[in-house]
Ligand binder design. Structure first.
Ligand code: ZN
Length: 274
């Protein structure tokens, strides 16, 4: 299988100085596309520098919910300026984290709105992180509401992205089948990570067959979320094959469009222009 890693924090401290070796192992495992997402100004700038150094990488710039209360207006202005860079293919990662709540929820919502707005203005899809506490769906519910309020799934996202491109990606999917149907109805793409293997995330196996092949992505979220077999301390792009195999297995025997063309889905999402 030809692989992508739609979300890999090669810009994280844990990879410092070791990036070339990590990428070499990824390429040897068949990984042909990697998107390096920022989570604040400094990490967004490191993502850009990596995309400059390794020309097959893509970058995104934006502010994670954990950092929502830490990014000042000057940082945000610089992120907006970087968003026009041709190496930047998406906005984020942004989102809502009601599980750990490292930034107060009102700050997370304000941050989410301006990241979503920037995605619509630039025509670059938003990369969205959504986590609730176990057994709850409050972050997912709030996300669907925020997406609709910003114009996703309506005329605004249609004008910005056209009929065929997802205006946002739910990264490292976590949530119910009903929530997946809601975000798919808004035209979003869904990316599956090693989180799918964890206790409490069993519904992801039922979500995988529902996603149209051209909106289904896989990722590591490296250095986090190691799938079975990967080192716990530092996940790497090469381990995306474990998740991709699991996704392919869960799509067999369904009536949904079969097959898995990760490269085409990645390129349609991140490299096409409306
Ligand atoms: Zn991430």
């Amino acid at each position: 299988m030809r692989l992508v890693d739609s979300h890999c924090h090669l810009n994280a401290e844990r990879f410092a100085g070791d990036e070339a070796a990590v990428l070499e192992r990824g390429e040897a495992a068949g990984v042909e596309r990697i998107l390096v997402p920022g989570w604040n100004l400094a990490s967004s700038e490191r993502a850009l520098a990596l995309a400059e150094r390794f020309d097959w990488l893509d970058a995104s710039v934006g502010v994670h919910p954990h950092d929502a209360a830490k990014v000042d207006d000057d940082d945000w202005r610089r992120i907006v300026a970087h968003s026009a860079d041709r190496r930047v293919v998406a906005i984020g990662e942004t989102g809502l984290d009601y599980d750990r709540v490292f930034s107060p929820i009102p700050d997370q919502l304000t941050n989410l709105r301006r990241n979503l707005e920037l995605a619509l203005e630039t025509g670059k899809p938003a990369i969205i992180h959504v986590r609730s506490k176990a057994g709850s769906s409050d972050a997912q519910d709030a996300m669907v509401e925020a997406l609709r309020a910003a114009g996703f799934g309506g005329q605004r996202s249609l004008s910005a992205f056209g009929p065929d491109r997802p205006p946002a990606v739910i990264h490292s999917f976590s949530g119910s089948v009903d929530y997946a149907r809601l975000v798919l109805d808004l035209g979003l793409a869904i990316s599956i990570s090693g989180l799918a293997f964890r206790a409490g995330e069993e519904s992801t196996a039922d979500v995988v067959p529902l996603v149209p092949a051209d909106r289904l992505l896989v990722e590591t979220d490296a250095p986090f979320l190691s799938p079975p077999g990967a080192p716990r301390g530092r996940n790497e792009p090469e381990w995306v094959r474990v998740t991709a195999d699991w996704v392919a297995t869960n799509r067999r025997g369904t009536t949904a469009p079969a097959g898995l063309d990760l490269i085409a889905a990645y390129d349609r999402t991140f490299r096409a222009r409306a």
